[in-house]
Design a protein around this ligand. Structure first.
Ligand code: LMR
Length: 395
């Protein structure tokens, strides 16, 4: 029976992880998956997380199920960090939260929820986008449309293209926007551009889904969350997928949150019911550990500032790395735009063949799209990365 299955290609990013691990070359560099790496190439556990874990090891007295929506404490404590208090108070129970299995899980819940609102759901996703975005929505029965996002020739967001695509969207369409640190380009909309885009979307009756997996890594935690508060003020109905993978360095714990602003108590109840039904039929109830850690940190006047300091340190390392790479002496300027971009990723103008050559000849692992995760280049490796890139580009 199974022989008749079609073959499903592995996600190239996940294949890179295993290919990198198997490569014996000591000079290899992993620029693939978006994971924080310190200047020594490690992804350490944050001190705030360690301390919360020690506290939990002593104090947690049960491992019984959390319930379908996840930990209420986690949702309350995290939401206080994300949403301005006056907005949260005015929304009351029209703001629905639901614990998710990582940022991807939050997107999956959002996709399943939106799919239940229409017999022909349609979503607009940036081109380029995180490779998993279209997959999640295709698997949920959506027609996926793309809006051009990036001006590859000049670098930067192509706001004209985004705005004109938005102007043609139809009532009931969903629009997926990355809140900051756009994956894969590193190019974000400015606040005035966001406001202009939001006005268009609101006038067209489009529902935004904002994926804010990288909050804290662009301009700072509060600054990165401005988009969330502006969207809550602009739209009657809007969804957010939040992840604690990157900003709490809790990657493998799979902690995320779906937030939904609804326009009525009835709408909020229906959303809760739909989300519960999706959760029950997939993972049933979410895992606890990572959410418990986030909850302890978010509620603690001692650990929260420590965590914010550590997060800011990561952000500064990204900024420094980008500045170092963009100012490196390099003939054709392909790295010069890096310092104007945010987050882990940038998209280099490399052909798939050039990417593969970087991997096979130089041990530099990156997907065929030319996306690099900048912190994968340690200080020690910078020179050899730039030299190898130059050799491949000059051929
Ligand atoms: C990435 O794009 O590298 C991250 O979002 C990790 C992932 O799951 O793909």
């Amino acid at each position: 029976m199974f022989e008749s299955l079609p073959s499903f290609p592995a996600d190239p990013l996940l294949s890179l992880i295993s290919a990198f691990a198997a490569d014996p070359r000591p000079t290899k560099m992993d620029l693939g998956v978006g994971v924080y790496k310190n200047p020594f190439g490690d992804t350490p556990v944050m001190q705030a997380v360690k301390r919360a874990e020690r506290w939990l090891a002593e104090q947690q007295h049960t491992k019984t199920y959390l319930g379908i929506t996840g930990s209420i404490e986690f949702q309350t404590n995290l939401t206080k960090l994300l949403v301005r208090s006056d907005l949260a108070a005015s929304l009351g129970s029209k703001l629905v939260t639901f614990q998710a299995v990582g940022g991807t899980g939050a997107l999956w819940l959002a996709a399943q929820l939106l799919a239940k609102t229409s017999s022909k759901p349609r979503i607009w996703i940036s081109n380029p986008a995180w490779a998993n975005h279209p997959g999640i929505f295709l698997a949920s029965g959506f027609t996926v449309e793309r809006y051009d996002y990036y001006n590859a020739a000049s670098g930067g967001v192509d706001f004209q293209a985004i705005a004109s695509a938005a102007g043609m969207m139809q009532r009931g369409d969903a629009f997926l926007l990355q809140g900051c640190c756009h994956n894969p380009t590193g190019e974000d909309l400015s606040i005035p551009q966001l406001r202009e885009l939001f006005d268009i979307l609101r006038n067209r009756g489009v529902i935004p889904l904002i994926d804010i997996a990288y909050a804290g890594l662009a301009l700072g935690f509060d600054a990165d969350l401005e988009i969330l508060n502006i969207a809550l003020e602009t739209f009657d109905e809007v969804l957010f997928a939040f992840s604690c993978s990157k900003n709490f360095s809790l990657y493998r714990e799979r902690v995320g949150l779906l937030l939904a602003k609804t326009s009525s108590e009835v709408g909020a109840d229906r959303v809760r019911g739909a989300l519960a039904s999706t959760a029950r039929c997939s993972y049933s109830m979410p895992p606890d550990h990572g959410a418990a850690v986030v909850s302890v940190i978010a509620a603690s006047d001692e650990l929260r500032p420590l965590w914010l300091l550590e997060l800011e340190q990561i952000r500064r390392e990204i900024v420094t790395k980008r500045q170092r790479l963009s100012s490196a002496p390099f003939g054709n300027n392909v790295l010069s735009r890096l310092s104007a971009q945010t987050g882990f990723f940038s998209l280099l103008p490399l052909s798939p063949a050039a990417c593969r050559r970087l991997t096979s000849e130089y041990g530099i692992y990156l997907p065929d799209s030319g996306r690099i995760s900048v912190l994968g280049i340690s200080n020690e490796n910078e020179e050899s990365f730039i030299r190898s890139l130059g050799e491949v580009l000059n051929d």
